[in-house]
Write a protein of this length. Structure first.
Length: 83
């Protein structure tokens, strides 16, 4: 894994201490997504029923809901491509 991929993975998984240790401080962003995290991509909104949202939150288990949704979508797309 190259450095850029490793840094992106650490940022996506909210491993700020590891990012700081290996790559230095996160750059500050300008615009609506303040807080030092680089934007991963464009914002996408979706409405989920309560049961699906509960399952997403259960899957997230201590990480952000957005990160869990990205992983679930990628896994679903990978499964479709493999079928």
């Amino acid at each position: 894994m190259d450095d850029a991929t490793a840094k992106e993975w650490l940022i996506r998984n909210e491993e700020d201490d590891a990012v700081k240790e290996w790559f230095g401080e996160l750059e500050e962003e300008s615009g609506p997504n303040l807080g030092g995290r680089p934007s991963i991509g464009p914002k996408v909104e979706a409405r989920l029923d309560e049961e699906t949202l509960r399952r997403v939150d259960e899957f997230a288990a201590g990480r952000s809901r957005a990160d869990a949704l990205r992983d679930l979508i990628a896994a679903g797309l990978d499964a479709l491509e493999a079928a």
